[in-house]
Ligand binder design. Sequence first.
Ligand code: AP5
Length: 251
Amino acid sequence: MANKSASETAQKIGRQIGPVILLGPPGAGKGTQSKQIVDRYGIPQISTGDLLRDHVARGTALGLEAKAIMARGELVSDELMYGIVASRLREADCKRGFILDGFPRTAAQAGWLDAFLEQEVFDKSSTTSSEEAENCPPVVIQLLVDYNQLLLRLTGRRSCPTCGRLYNIHLQPPLVDELCDLDGSKLVIRDDDRQEVISGRLTAYENQTRPVADYYRVQRRLVAVNADRTVEEVTAQILGVIDRHCHDRSA
Ligand code: AP5
């Protein structure tokens, strides 16, 4: 049903949205808000955390390499990330636009992404249709959240292993304790949401990901939103930013 409505909306909108980059610390709500953007615009969510967890679950060589790093809350190497992200962005469903959730996460990744988009998306000499030539530059949205609220969001997060719906035992509890409202599955806790790993993830964010916001701020491409509000209020701010971005571009 959700997919049907997403595709109906996409058909209704039927235009280029371009890349949407969500920046924010662990627990800021990047995944939660990505799902709202998917519903509104019908463009795919590309979560590098989900892509890595999928490699870990399948036991690929990349997954084996990433597993221990993720378990410590550290960042996987830039070189490993480039391959995963490049192949995902080349898939057909990214043509109208895509949401990057968790990438870029270092200043080097941000520079790599600019070069990749310039080369593969904006290089008009290599485009084959007028629609592709209309691609718009990324809109970069920074989610600002108070530190104590982040801790509540991370320590309380639960997810449904069947449908992927997110809950929070402190802030957005399911109707029945630890069970998904939609399909009754037993909710699970992410491996890296343990207290000792959370502090490593927040440190990695401060040291390695905060400079990414500076990178985009200097280029005047960063739009900050107050993400310390309800999910619906944050969504309204984000959709407003994307709509204005697309409108300004087409005006
Ligand atoms: P990743 O999966 O990207 O994790 P993260 O960035 O730490 O972000 P989270 O998924 O924890 O939080 P979120 O912002 O999506 O919040 P959510 O919506 O879930 O990365 C995991 C690991 O993979 C990294 O540590 C690293 O090792 C590796 N990795 C990934 N990308 C990489 C890269 N580019 N380079 C190198 N390594 C990489 O919400 C959290 C909770 O809050 C939920 O319970 C939700 O219900 C609740 N919530 C959300 N919004 C609200 C709200 N407005 N009000 C109340 N509750 C809310």
